[in-house]
Write a protein that binds this ligand. Structure first.
Ligand SMILES: *Cc1c(COP(=O)(O)O)cnc(C)c1O
Length: 402
């Protein structure tokens, strides 16, 4: 049922920008985040996808005889597009049953002499099993790239994610925590690899056209990223897409085939650097809010809220829930998706099931990834979802699975 009121909770908890963020200032965004996360120097690129593409180009030059990249069968379609744009081939790894991690057995089978890299993925801010990926990849002579696009600020055994593999990347896209509308940060533990990434970055061109466009988009985000504006900018197109029966468009899974590649301008870097000062407190607020809400939802029989392994503290942009079956998941969505309460889905399909990616994704049987796509939904962890509205969601989910 479409809401008549233009009040909308975003599906993920982004750090809201403030007016003073838009004033010029220090432009050292990457250095500030590196200090906050206590990491080696970070490298800023124009998107998480561009950061991944640049990494793949560097690794491909080092191991030209290895044309295959192994990725989880349930991940962002942009990952498949980046692998294709790098002139490499995708091999999918099915998930562990009911989990976001790649299945260790399937991973061992997927990693071969032709494998350049594997991409364990910190999905939904949850901390992925990097140790298994590193062990398997090392055995095959492959690199490990940690996809931490959704996990800026997540920690594993005391250190930022992205440091156990060879390279890690974060996304600064709209809707992914700290945003400069589009941006990405690269992280590499090994100084030599870091230097190779830096040299390749030196070739990234400036583009006045792209920077102007992104700057206007960032202004739009700053203006509309609030409950009133989101009804207009996010809620209306979402409901229109769902009425058309197009869930892929509804969650924004329909990505363009080309990946823009350009430098991030000084003004957007300054906006991000200003906002970064509030990131630690924001992440702490989200973690505290998530703790009680995970517990509440976890008490509903049949509902599992995905959590972190021991020793890890992920971030909480939203809660990722697995329901007993697709029918119940769809019933819950039918009642909640269009209510403006921040209930949504993560990626709609396992990678082989996006029609528009058919030319870039192999036809592999990935039953666990398909099951994960068919049984999960997300509940926003935005501070704008107050306890009363969250209570409505929890009650509705409980009724659905009862
Ligand atoms: C969003 C996302 C990306 C791509 O990041 P962009 O900054 O949007 O280009 C890669 N992987 C995952 C898992 C993502 O969610």
């Amino acid at each position: 049922m479409p809401r008549t009121r233009l009040h909308e909770v975003p599906p993920t908890a982004g750090l809201p920008l403030r007016l003073p963020d838009l004033l010029p200032g220090r432009t050292d965004l990457a250095a500030r985040i590196a200090t906050l996360l206590d990491t080696p120097p970070l490298q800023l690129e124009c998107s998480g996808t561009a950061a991944l593409l640049l990494t793949l180009r560097v690794l491909k030059a080092r191991s030209p005889q290895r044309p295959v990249v192994v990725v989880p069968a349930y991940t962002c379609p942009l990952v498949a597009i980046a692998v294709h744009c790098a002139g490499l081939r995708l091999r999918l790894c099915d998930l562990r049953p009911g989990h976001y991690d790649m299945d260790p057995q399937a991973l061992a089978e997927a990693c071969r002499e032709d494998t350049l890299a594997v991409l364990p993925t910190h999905l939904a801010g949850r901390v992925a099993d990097i140790d298994t990926a590193v062990t398997v990849a090392r055995g095959a002579g492959a690199y490990v790239i940690e996809d931490a696009a959704q996990a800026l600020g997540a920690r594993d055994r005391g250190a930022s994610v992205g440091l156990r593999g060879d390279v890690g990347f974060f996304s600064l896209a709209a809707g992914k925590g700290l945003s400069i509308y589009e941006g990405g940060l690269l992280l590499a533990r090994d100084p030599e690899l870091r230097e190779a990434l830096r040299r390749t970055h030196a070739e990234v061109p400036r583009s006045l056209g792209w920077e102007l466009r992104r700057s206007l988009e960032l202004l739009g985000l700053a203006a509309l990223y609030r409950p009133l504006g989101l009804g207009l900018a996010y809620g209306r197109p979402l409901r229109a897409a769902l009425r058309r029966g197009d869930p892929v468009a509804a969650v924004g899974d329909d990505f363009a085939p080309a990946i823009p590649f350009h430098r991030v301008g000084a003004w957007r870097r300054a906006v991000g650097a200003h906002a970064a000062a509030r990131l630690p407190a924001f992440l702490a607020t989200l973690a505290a809010q998530a703790a009680s809400r995970v517990s509440r939802l976890g008490h509903i029989a049949g509902v599992e809220v995905l959590g972190d392994p021991p020793g890890a503290q992920g971030t909480w942009p939203f809660l990722l829930l697995r329901l007993p079956d697709t029918r119940m998941r769809d019933a819950a969505l039918a009642r909640l998706w269009q209510k403006g309460l921040g209930v949504s889905r993560l990626f709609i399909h396992a990678l082989p099931d996006y029609a528009y990616l058919a030319d870039r994704v192999p036809r592999q049987d990935v039953p666990n990834a398909r099951d994960f796509a068919a049984r999960t939904l997300t509940v926003s962890n935005s501070p704008w979802l107050d306890d009363a509205a969250f209570g409505l969601i929890a009650d509705e989910i409980a009724r659905t699975v009862a």
